[in-house]
Design a protein around this ligand. Structure first.
Ligand code: 5GP
Length: 190
């Protein structure tokens, strides 16, 4: 059986990555999302093992020391990382795996797994992003400011990616990601 493909889905916080991905996952049987580890405290409704593996700083550091992460990064004061073993297991089973991660982690994957398909999702504008982060209401004002500053930095990296999706109209963004998955599955590996 052929191994699955690895997809990286990156873009500033509040761009709608999670919403787009949720809709694509619901209609794509071969796609699995990797559950990341983080030291960020859970938001209301977030479940350990479903949304994230919520770890203490000590646990996270121990996994770094064990070389358990495919990539990891510090984002606005917290650590986030992709555990390598579950990703490899899904790929070996022939499933495609998508990582929903920020830019520094995406660049690490690009180095380590050059065959990974790199997709960047961008907001129509920084103003639209600010409105979404405020509307979501999950972060305090200073955290929103930090995420917006980080977003400007992240947008600088978008030309390092294979594909850029502008999330202006959600249905179009979902269709774009489905089209990318479909095209990549038809790609002849050289
Ligand atoms: P949030 O706190 O909003 O859940 O996530 C903050 C940022 O961290 C988002 O851009 C999200 O995609 C990213 N992120 C989530 N999991 C990982 C991961 O495993 N590695 C990296 N590098 N970033 C992650």
């Amino acid at each position: 059986m052929n191994k699955g493909k690895l997809f990286v889905f990156t873009g500033p916080s509040g761009t709608g990555k999670g919403t787009i991905l949720g809709q694509v996952l619901a209609q794509d049987e071969r796609l699995r999302v990797s559950v990341s580890a983080t030291t960020r405290p859970p938001r209301e409704g977030e479940i350990h093992g479903t949304h994230y593996w919520f770890l203490t700083h000590e646990d996270f550091e121990a996994r770094i020391a064990q070389d358990a992460f495919l990539e990891h990064a510090c984002y606005v004061g917290n650590h986030y990382g992709t555990l390598e073993q579950p990703v490899n297991e899904e790929l070996e089973k022939g499933n495609d795996v998508v990582l929903e991660i920020e830019v520094q982690g995406a660049m690490q994957i690009h180095q380590k797994r050059p065959d990974a398909v790199m997709v960047f999702v961008a907001p129509p504008s920084i103003e639209a992003l600010s409105e979404r982060l405020h509307g979501r209401g999950t972060e305090s004002e200073d955290k929103i400011a930090a995420r917006l500053a980080q977003a400007e930095e992240e947008l600088r990296y978008k030309n390092h990616f294979d594909y850029v999706i502008i999330n202006d109209i959600l249905e179009d963004a979902v269709a774009d990601l489905c089209a990318i998955l479909r095209a990549e599955r038809c790609r002849v590996s050289k």
